[in-house]
Ligand binder design. Structure first.
Ligand code: PMP
Length: 420
């Protein structure tokens, strides 16, 4: 694959030219203007290219209106754009049409939709939900609570010492009582790329469904939900060059047809009497109230942007940066990087520097303009397994450079010296 022309791509993201600095915790001081921004917090949220910002501005400037109901021109234009955005996203992930693509607020809401709509109705004592130890709280806490409400057991597939999913353990846990297997595609803490197609086969062999958390996979690698044979699949727009406020729930059509809605109200109904109501067709049945119109249209533009560059090239670029960061950080024995080896991971590295709390490290890095994340990255139980309360995480995207990884490593060096 042809390497990305990163310098050219960076022109699409004016925010990357920003300077940062100053003490944001001191009222009135705010960000200064002295240090170039090195943005390595892409797993939390990616930046938005001009092409997508323009689509958002154009929506509000030219055809902002509510969808589905209106007979007037603006409403029709907005409706067509919003409905076609579902088609575009369906194509982007290999779904079989707009009926299988529900726009939600984010990954978290997509998971809660299935947990409430399917889980509460279907699960009971004796049933089992199998998760992995590397689940994000978005799925871990959601299924845990559905387990408490329904009496279903929640079990966790172990992570091996070198950061992979223990598939032998998965084969032990998944059995005929298993009703749902919910697994993260790419771990937002370990960078592990999980064998989803194998998990789906395992689940299906036992008559269980599989829910895939694609928050960290869809932004940066080609994903085809049909090839993976996922029953449900979720991701967020704001991690893939789109805006905040929109996520996607993919579901196989027959499953979404069988499921009852989780939210009720306008836009999702067909006929209402004082006694009863019937539901709209898919996917609108799951989009109660005024939906995420502008955000959904902008998400489709983000799909165009990523496809124009090429997901395979984006993946290669990011994984190259992750490997480079892994190699440079582990040149020193006092750095621990969590997860699989540098040449077998998604585009992020979570690590700790001996003797320095991840929050302090992040704060020192910020003084150098380097934006990373510090904490448990919404994987508290996994951090307990890793034997630490927190870690620092650098995560890369299509616009990051090796020079920025060098800036990260130099900033870690200065933290090392400060605490020596
Ligand atoms: N799953 C994973 C793997 C994630 O990285 C994230 C975002 N940190 C989420 C779920 C939740 O995404 P959102 O906050 O957009 O719902």
């Amino acid at each position: 694959t042809e390497p990305l022309d990163v310098e050219r791509l960076r022109e699409d993201f004016p925010i990357l030219g920003r300077k940062v600095g100053g003490d944001v915790s001191v009222p009135g001081e705010g960000p200064g203007d002295d240090t170039p921004l090195v943005y390595l917090d892409n797993a939390a949220t990616s930046h938005t290219p001009e092409q997508v910002v323009d689509v958002i501005a154009d929506y509000y400037r030219s055809y902002n209106s509510n969808v589905h109901r209106g007979i007037h021109s603006l409403s029709q234009e907005a409706s067509v754009a919003y409905e076609e955005a579902h088609d575009r996203v369906a194509e982007f992930i290999g779904a079989d049409g707009r009926e299988e693509v529900v726009f939600t607020k984010n990954t978290t809401e997509a998971m809660n939709t299935v947990a409430y709509a399917w889980g509460l109705a279907e699960l009971g004592p004796g049933d089992e939900v199998v998760l992995t130890q590397m689940e994000h709280h978005a799925s871990l806490v959601t299924w845990q609570q559905i387990g408490k409400k329904t009496g279903a057991d929640v079990k966790y597939v172990r992570v091996t010492d070198d950061g992979y999913l223990d598939m032998d353990h998965a084969r032990e846990l998944v059995g005929d009582d298993t009703r749902m297997v919910s697994a993260v595609h790419v771990s937002n803490t370990l960078g592990t790329v999980n064998p989803i197609a194998d998990l789906a086969d395992l689940a299906h062999d036992h008559g269980a469904y599989v829910f895939v958390d694609g928050a960290q996979s869809v932004p940066n690698r080609p994903v085809d939900v049909t090839d993976l044979d996922a029953d449900f699949f979720a991701f967020s727009g704001h991690k893939m060059c789109g805006p905040t406020g929109v996520g996607v729930l993919y579901g196989k059509r027959h499953l979404l047809e069988e499921m009852q809605p989780y939210l009720y109200g306008g836009e999702m109904i067909r006929k209402v009497t004082f006694e009863d109501a019937t539901w709209e067709d898919l996917p609108w049945k799951f989009e109660a109230g005024t939906p995420v119109i502008c955000q959904g249209i902008a998400l489709a533009a983000a799909c165009d942007y990523l496809d124009d560059i090429g997901l395979e090239r984006i993946r290669a670029h990011e994984e190259g940066l992750a490997e480079y960061a892994y190699d440079r950080l582990t040149e020193h024995d006092d750095v621990t990087v969590y997860g699989p080896p540098g040449d077998d991971r998604g585009g992020l590295v979570a690590f700790n520097l001996d003797g320095v709390h991840a929050h302090d490290l992040s704060s020192i890095l910020n003084d150098h303009g380097v934006a990373i994340r510090a904490g448990d990255h919404c994987t508290q139980p996994l951090h307990q397994e890793m034997g630490v309360a927190a870690s620092a995480r650098a995560s890369f995207y299509l616009y990051n450079t090796e020079a920025e990884v060098d800036a990260l490593v130099e900033a870690v060096d200065s933290a090392r010296q400060l605490f020596a």
